[in-house]
Design a protein around this ligand. Structure first.
Ligand code: ATR
Length: 276
């Protein structure tokens, strides 16, 4: 039986073993999928020791995974981050399914049309890197990246290489940016219990909002978005299931159905998804 795992820290809350077990059952593919706690210092050693056939990589290891790959897909190169490791002889090939997972959830499950939309992305860390290329590929009109540390927003914007569509701003510019069709929270603020301070003027009558976190970590931003008047408010659970399905496809050559798994996870209490 083939063995797969998700690496990250903290990892005990990860839903990936459950999701991949459901996919395996559905497709009749025998596999084992475990969660392995690992940080920057011990990731490589634990990956080697696990002898897995493939792996998912989550916080805070997506950049570490990118650097250990002998080869990466173009979308992983654009994201400068890897969430899926595919064994290639003695080494690893890296891919990133986060962005496609987000776009699939927003367009196919939530019925959003991203084309020509003006999009605000809060944050310029690993999560933002993972999804930004796919948003551009989905045809957004403008992507404004706002980050507390403006140099990181500028780095991401430069790496995306589309100066006509992508703009970087500091947090203090937020009140002057006008309104957006879609607001994306890709910050880690909630992980440290911090609340984002955001002007209501970012929202107009047809704005939607998405938080790349799920469960309790997404509650504060989405509550703000609802209060500000956003129409659809979406957490990252659908993206989680869709990125997992894309990883499953890369490993096994079969794309599983995601609706039943998403419905199952959604039906559980928010507390289950608390990240600590
Ligand atoms: P992740 O992989 O979750 O993106 P990360 O790479 O550490 O984690 O990036 C965290 C992001 O959340 C960064 O954009 C960070 O802003 P800085 O680059 O200025 O550090 C952002 N972030 C974290 N806490 C925040 C807060 N309290 N307010 C605003 N942004 C915050």
């Amino acid at each position: 039986m083939k063995h797969y795992a998700v690496f990250g820290s903290p990892i005990h809350h990860s839903q990936s073993p459950f999701i991949h077990a459901m996919f395996a059952q559905q497709t009749g593919i025998a596999l084992e999928y475990t969660a392995i706690e690992a940080g920057h210092d011990d990731f490589r050693a634990k990956l080697d020791a696990s002898a897995v056939d493939g792996a998912n990589v989550t916080l805070p290891l997506k950049k570490d995974a990118f650097t250990l790959c002998a080869d990466v897909s173009s979308r992983a190169r654009r994201a400068r981050a890897v969430n899926t490791l595919i064994r290639d002889g003695d080494g690893w090939r890296g891919d990133n399914t986060d962005g496609l997972g987000l776009v699939r959830d927003l367009t196919e499950r939530r019925g959003m049309d991203l084309r020509q939309r003006r999009v605000l992305m809060l944050g310029a860390g690993g999560a933002a890197h993972g999804v930004a290329p796919a948003l551009l590929d989905a045809g957004v009109r403008e992507l404004v990246i706002v980050n507390r540390t403006i140099s990181r927003a500028e780095q991401l914007s430069d790496a995306l290489g589309e100066p006509d569509r992508v703009h970087a701003r500091g947090w203090d510019a937020l009140a002057k940016l006008g309104s957006f069709d879609l607001l994306i929270n890709a910050t880690a603020a909630s992980r440290s219990g911090a609340l984002l301070t955001l002007p209501m003027a970012l929202v107009e009558s047809r704005s939607d909002a998405v938080d790349l976190s799920y469960g309790e970590a997404a509650v504060a931003f989405l509550a703000w978005a609802r209060a500000a008047g956003c129409v659809k408010t979406v957490d990252g659970l659908g993206m989680l299931v869709e990125q997992a399905a894309e990883s499953f496809l890369l490993w096994h050559g079969v794309r599983p159905q995601t609706d039943a798994v998403f419905a199952d996870l959604s039906a559980r209490s928010v507390a289950l998804f608390t990240a600590d």
